[in-house]
Ligand binder design. Structure first.
Ligand SMILES: [Zn+2]
Length: 364
């Protein structure tokens, strides 16, 4: 019998192969959306792959997406493969379709970065770019110390000292919020939301229209990692504009669901997240959207890994073959992928529970 570890991959190409093979074995066709502007680390084509199960004009559509944050895709990909291998799609309620979106940010997944090919955090990119972006003053204040001029010399030491002082004075939570809420002014910075809709943003909108344009009820489960204790899962209400009735429904289905706007989540109150596109592309649908946020390492280690990775690509020339580059890439992977059997087992088992709860919720 297959075990959860068998669903999880060693890299993006392996993940894509496992996903497409599992879909084909389940008798499904896979839609492939190639991002023609980019290539993988071995020069390979990069794509988002989509498998749909269920009636064409289903009233209910459940989207399960992986890799919004690139390297976090190891987690969601494993769950998606497991769903297919174990036939979770055969338990679908009536009039319901399941749409599995594999690696919505394939460049980030393939290059093991949290951002996309434009250094954009896809989950800060869903805002109206025709209007002036919010000014994130707390981020602007610390941008230079997040990404110092060098990573193994005096500039780094000075930056680390400044960050330590900041945390002593204002607390870790304030620091986390300043870094991760999202910013739209520093294109080489962390949690940069971009100045235009990215390739992945446009594709997600198109998939919503094509697969759920006429749906009455849309469910979105978006897999993430990087916050919380090792293997723990926090369900976070998706949209950044809180709708009380949607949050109440999510809690009725899944039990504890936190909300970034209520301040009870491990996540900061982020802006420009992907469920915003559902409300815009399918305005008449009832939307129940959550992020499944799985823990790997302590949050300060995660932020440290992100600082290093951003330094590597913005100031370190992107030299991943150097000893320093290699160490940083390991740090990023370890920050977002718990590569032990028990971690994979917990990710998958919780993922099954959450999907089955959505099935039940839609029948209620
Ligand atoms: Zn994430």
């Amino acid at each position: 019998m297959a075990q959860a570890r068998d669903y999880f991959s060693s890299d993006y190409a392996d993940a894509r192969r496992r996903f497409t093979e599992a879909a084909k074995a389940a008798g499904l066709t896979v839609e492939r959306h190639i991002n023609a502007k980019v290539k993988g680390p071995k020069g390979e084509e990069l794509s988002t792959d989509v498998a749909r199960i269920g009636p064409k004009d289903a009233e209910n559509v459940i989207f399960v997406s992986s890799g919004t944050h690139g390297v976090e895709g190891f987690c969601g990909s494993g769950a998606q493969v497991g769903y297919l291998v174990n036939g979770l799609h055969r338990e679908l309620p009536k009039n319901t379709a399941l749409v599995l979106i594999h690696a919505i940010n394939p460049h980030g997944f393939a290059h093991e970065r949290r951002v996309n090919e434009d250094n954009v955090d896809l989950n800060r990119n869903f805002r109206d770019h025709a209007t002036p972006p919010p000014h994130n003053a707390p981020y602007a204040e610390i941008h230079n110390i997040l990404i110092p001029a060098d990573w193994d010399g005096p500039a780094r030491e000075a930056a680390d000292t400044a960050i330590a002082k900041y945390i002593v004075a204002r607390g870790e939570r304030t620091f986390q919020a300043a870094v991760s809420t999202g910013q739209w002014e520093f294109p080489d910075g962390l949690f940069f939301g971009g100045k235009a809709a990215t390739w992945s943003n446009q594709l997600w909108r198109r998939l919503i229209r094509e697969h759920a344009g006429k749906a009455k009820r849309i469910v979105h489960m978006d897999y993430h990692t990087g916050l919380g204790a090792y293997g723990d899962c926090e369900l976070i209400y998706g949209p950044n504009k809180l709708k009380r009735e949607d949050l109440a429904r999510a809690r009725a289905w899944w039990g504890k669901v936190t909300s970034t706007s209520d301040g009870d989540s491990v996540s900061a109150d982020v802006q420009g997240v992907n469920p915003a596109a559902i409300a815009e592309e399918a305005p008449n649908a009832e939307v129940t959207a959550i992020a499944l946020e799985y823990g790997v390492v302590p949050v300060m280690d995660t932020l440290g890994a992100l600082r290093a990775d951003h330094w590597l690509y913005s100031k370190g020339g992107g030299d991943i073959a150097s000893p320093l580059g290699n160490a940083i890439k390991k740090q990023i992977r370890n920050g977002f992928y718990g590569e032990t059997d028990d971690w994979k087992e917990r990710i998958y088992q919780k993922g099954v529970e959450v999907l089955r709860q959505a099935y039940k919720g839609l029948q209620g």
